[in-house]
Design a binder for this molecule. Sequence first.
Ligand code: ZN
Length: 255
Amino acid sequence: MKLMEYRIDAVVEAFSGAERVCVFTGAGASKESGLPTFREIDGEWKHYDPMTFATLEGFLSEPVQVWNMYRMRQRQIGEAQPNGGHSVIAQMERQYPHFLLVTQNVDDLHERAGSRKLVKIHGDCWGMRCLQCCETYDTRDFDFPAEFTTETLPICPKCEVLCRPDIVWFGEFVPDDAMHAAVWSSSTCDLMLVVGTSGEVSGGYGFVERAAMNGATIVEINPTEGILTQHAHIWVPEPAGVVLPKIWQCLTMYK
Ligand SMILES: [Zn+2]
């Protein structure tokens, strides 16, 4: 059954009958909170060369520039607020006995909305990782300047070796534990909710295809059609921050 012209009651029914839920979010969820996206046509990469700012080689040749770009990103994240979509997703984890949020977003808007059962498959913009011992740290636990210089770059407290942003860059793999959790949840869920991702980057992971193959109902919330839309049983072409609170309200009344 494919409902390209969605009815809200069909979405509410899908939510209502579910027990095992996997939510998969992408840049669109953050964009609704005013955070510019990196990978879209009008995104930030227009101003930054991804070969410098999103590869290990680029980082090693220009660590100050790269760190200062992430510092700027941290400031943008700090100023952004979670939206209604983030808030409903946080409430969902308390509603369903089996739940996992798999996000490609490196900001902390999901956590600030209250999400705890989540994996961040592309890393965390607040994190830093030692190039030698691979220990990760929260940059907020250090008294770093607003802008780094060669002398003040983040250094591992144990090894005194340079730390990199804890982000999965181009050509790098999603960390094993995050990948396993995402594969397990998408393989065993009975409802997969896809929010704000075109699937261009994530399509290769096959989460949505896996869920569909195992009989899950796929609901996609995304104002524009993406490559994952073909797998959706129900496509809701609206911003999640607007429509998810409506769905959630209907669901509460329905129960
Ligand atoms: Zn170290």
